[in-house]
Design a protein around this ligand. Structure first.
Ligand code: FAD
Length: 491
């Protein structure tokens, strides 16, 4: 077992009043770092007995709309709790719920990058991820945790064996699909509303050593959609990761077509057909493999991958390949972070918009949003990729469209000097939501953020009753995660 030592640089109230979004600033009364989950439980009981006091568990503060903040309340600095630990169990014990398989038990405040580092030491790893790993276990499990593996394995919330949770009543409860299951499913995707996750057990599989990582460029949305949906329907193990990106058709090195090659080289513009529209589309795929299998892989896996590529309709000549260790592949966004930190473009406002769009509406969404409203880009990546609804646990609290395939769309905006001002980005997000509404696109926000009760009820739809009932049962005084602005403590 690895005990993660408490960082001496613990958060102060100024830090806890900020987040990655940089849009909301809610100073707490104090920031605390309890020494154990019993300490969290005592704190929650004190809050229950103190008028108007609220508590936000803060993961790594990578929310964008103040969701981990608590105005005049208490912020718990989860990653710096001194008892944080990551323990690997190789399976077979009485405790084991995962068909005898290995699992990792990580504290709610542990970061996924540390979970990866520790599990890899045993040649193991969780099977489904987020694109960026400096996020906390409790933070992503309170949302969903989505990346290019989710088409096959579902989001992170579909890959949890057991949780230890301190509810808003102060009770410490162990829950799973078979034990206190209503709390288990309420907490998964529950936006921090029902309890503070203090431990999570995540199943592990054998970790591959390497990833062959490819990008394929398309000009036609119909061809992109047909191919990417085919890729996520494949049962066989041809690809392990599938994502998509929309790229403004320009030579801007950061967000235009020259951002596609892995080696930073420029694309020959004559390869882009004249018929292409204002944006291009790119499918990203990865195939995992092991060193020892390289020769075998040349014969089988890679050949199958190449055969598959031969049947896809990307623009001839516009395909790019790199090969990374599994760790570097999963940790790829950290490299981008380091570059952006150097040029002081990481700690800038991020008015991100993330949506789930039903498959039946994605083409219309593309016409309205990508080919028109954001065709010149958002100063950051624009992601679009399909997910299989069957891999999402319907009993969890997260809300997704009711179609067998839906897309995740993320406009990852960076507000930089000389670019569009913050207000313009925010207004454009609002306009996108308005146009989705008037065109009946039935989108759902991921990391939802609303201003009124009516909007929250509309977001949850038929599951609002269950969400409200769980709140009354597990956090009746509305103490937890006030920054989500779903419920307000009024006494
Ligand atoms: P925080 O922002 O600190 O908290 C999020 C919410 O969860 C808050 O309401 C908080 O109170 C609550 N919470 C935190 N810890 C706990 C706990 N232990 N128990 C109960 N509630 C808790 N998301 C994806 O799904 N896929 C991605 O690929 C992805 N990539 C990202 C890349 C970057 C650069 C960034 C900034 C974010 C990305 N995210 C992604 C979003 C990320 O999942 C969310 O920001 C999420 O909130 C996790 O961040 P966090 O751990 O910092 O949580």
């Amino acid at each position: 077992m690895v005990v993660l030592s408490a960082d001496s640089k613990s958060l102060n109230s100024q830090d806890a009043a900020r987040d990655f979004g940089g849009l909301i600033h809610s100073p707490p009364r104090c920031v605390v770092c309890p020494t154990s989950s019993d300490g969290i439980s005592s704190l929650v009981r004190v809050a229950n007995a103190t008028a108007k006091l609220t508590i936000a568990a803060r993961g790594n503060g990578h929310s964008v709309h103040g969701q981990a903040q608590a105005l005049n309340g208490i912020v718990i600095d989860m990653p710096r709790m001194p008892t944080n630990a990551i323990r690997i169990d190789h399976g077979g014990g009485d405790d084991d719920l995962f068909c005898g398989g290995p699992f990792v038990e990580a504290s709610g405040g542990a970061l996924w990058i540390d979970v990866l580092r520790e599990t890899l030491k045993c040649g193991l790893a969780p099977r489904t991820w987020t694109d960026y790993l400096y996020l906390s276990v409790g933070g992503t499990l309170s949302n969903a945790g989505v990346s290019g593996q989710a088409f096959r394995h579902g989001p992170q919330i579909s890959n949890v064996l057991q949780l230890q949770v301190v509810t808003g009543n102060g009770d410490t409860v162990t829950c799973s699909a078979t034990r206190n299951s209503d709390l288990f499913y309420a907490v998964l995707g529950g936006l921090g509303q029902f309890g503070i996750i203090t431990k999570a057990r995540i199943p592990l599989e054998e970790a591959p050593e390497r990833a062959r990582y490819k990008r394929l460029v398309y000009t036609d949305f119909g061809a992109f959609q047909k191919d990417i949906e085919r890729l996520i329907s494949l049962n066989e193990d041809v690809v392990n990761y599938v994502e998509g990106i929309v790229i403004p058709s320009c030579d801007d090195p950061y967000q235009g077509y020259n951002s596609v090659p892995f080696d930073g080289e420029a694309i020959d513009p004559s390869l882009i057909p004249d018929s292409s529209g204002p944006v291009l589309y790119c499918i990203e795929i990865a195939k995992y493999y092991n060193h020892g299998q390289e020769a075998l892989m040349e014969d089988t896996c890679l050949q199958r991958l190449e055969t598959l590529l031969g049947s896809l309709s990307f623009v001839p000549g516009l395909t790019f390949t790199t090969d990374l260790t599994y760790f570097d592949f999963l940790n790829r966004v950290h490299g981008v972070e380091e570059v952006l930190r150097k040029i002081k473009q990481w700690d800038v406002p991020h008015p991100w918009l993330a949506l789930f769009v039903p498959k039946s509406k994605i083409s219309k969404f593309n016409d309205i949003v990508f080919r028109d409203m954001v065709c010149k880009g958002v100063n950051g990546p624009m992601l679009i990729y399909p997910l299989n609804r069957s891999k999402w646990e319907t009993r969890s609290s997260v809300v997704v469209p009711d179609e067998s395939i839906f897309y995740i769309v993320c406009l990852l905006r960076y507000v930089v000097e000389g670019g569009q001002p913050l207000e313009a980005h925010v207004q454009q997000n609002e306009e996108i939501m308005r146009r989705c509404e008037i065109n009946g696109l039935n989108v759902k926000q991921y990391f939802p953020h609303y201003h009124s009760d009516a909007e929250w009820k509309q977001h949850f739809g038929d599951s609002w009753g269950k969400f409200l009932a769980n709140k009354i049962k597990y956090d009746p005084n509305a103490i937890l995660s006030p920054g989500q602005r779903i419920f307000a403590r009024d006494k």
